[in-house]
Design a protein around this ligand. Structure first.
Ligand code: C2E
Ligand code: MG
Ligand code: MG
Ligand code: MG
Length: 285
């Protein structure tokens, strides 16, 4: 009887495993098609000054309106994209959509000061990626200063020389680089000083600990003062409450992003949102 159970269990695991393999395979195939057919959609989340009166930029956040499963967040498909050679195709789709969007908004007279695009790193060391970026900006007529790349702390700490070279080159072209989810990795002050970066983004887990965890508050304070001493800009992400906002203002944080002022939204909606909120459009260079 024990033997029989063991056998059943074995079959159980085996079928679980193959289910997972099949699920991944299907997802990868669907994603490939979605990329080829440009079905992914970039949403935009406002980045504001601390008073919430001026829009300094927006963050581009990709979504996948899946034909059967609704709008999928990045967590549902980025891991597959990154591990199946789709990092660069995904980047290209997002980047070109952003370029088209900025051009369209400019034509409508809504000059978004800056768009921040997330990058995982691998896509940038693909041959030709750097050139694609530079050439596209030129042909769309977009000032490179209006594009920022968000990379993670962990990536920068372990990054290959290749990646640092690409970031350095892009920065020379005028693009800005920020460190996303700052505080969740390990970076030394000396390393930070050497990196070609413009801004730190305080990770939302610390912001959400404000008024709840004194250690989170201490980390937020430390990051702000670190940024100030290194003459880097600093933005807090994930702001949902007035209390969090007041704390950040008290600590001298000048830039914010979070549901309190706006969730990621479709491009069409962003123009309305800017008009409704009567934001001043202000470059924060
Ligand atoms: P991230 O870059 O740290 O982006 C911030 C995430 O926090 C977004 O989740 C955003 O919707 C969410 N968020 C913003 N404000 C608030 C808030 O007030 N409260 C809470 N609870 N959440 C807030 P999302 O859109 O699901 O993206 C998750 C991650 O996926 C991003 O984290 C980024 O690392 C990655 N990602 C998104 N788009 C792209 C892309 O085009 N390319 C790459 N390589 N990665 C991307
Ligand atoms: Mg980001
Ligand atoms: Mg982040
Ligand atoms: Mg993140």
């Amino acid at each position: 009887r024990a033997k029989e159970n063991g056998k059943n269990q074995y079959h159980f695991y085996e079928s679980k495993l193959s289910e997972e393999v099949v699920r991944r395979y299907v997802l990868e195939r669907e994603l490939r098609t979605a990329l080829e057919e440009d079905q992914l959609e970039v949403y935009y989340q406002p980045q504001l000054n601390i008073d919430g009166t001026a829009l300094v930029g927006v963050e581009a956040l990709v979504r996948w309106p899946h034909p059967e499963r609704g709008v999928l967040p990045p967590a549902e498909f980025l891991p597959v994209a990154m591990s199946s050679g789709l990092a660069y195709p995904l980047f290209k789709v997002v980047f070109l959509q952003v370029c088209r969007f900025m051009t369209l908004m400019d034509k409508q007279g809504v000059m978004i000061p800056k768009v921040a695009i997330n990058i995982a790193g691998i896509e940038l060391i693909t041959n030709g990626c750097c050139q694609l970026i530079i050439d596209s900006l030129k042909s769309f007529g977009i000032d490179p200063h209006r594009i920022e790349f968000e990379v993670t702390e962990t990536l920068l700490m372990h990054s290959l020389d290749d990646l640092s070279d690409v970031l350095e080159r892009l920065r020379q072209e005028g693009l800005q680089i920020s460190i996303d989810d700052f505080g969740t990795g390990y970076s030394s002050l000396s390393r930070l000083r050497e990196l070609p970066i413009d801004m730190l983004k305080i990770d939302k887990t610390f912001v959400q600990g404000i008024a709840r965890e004194s250690s989170d508050e201490a980390i937020v304070k430390a990051i702000i003062s670190m940024a100030n001493s290194l003459q880097l800009k600093v933005i807090a992400e994930g702001i949902e409450t007035r209390g969090q906002l007041d704390f950040l203002r008290g600590e001298g944080c000048e830039l914010i992003q979070g549901f309190l002022y706006g969730e990621p939204m479709k491009g069409e909606r962003l123009a309305e949102h800017i008009a409704d909120a009567r934001y001043e459009l202000k470059s924060n260079k």
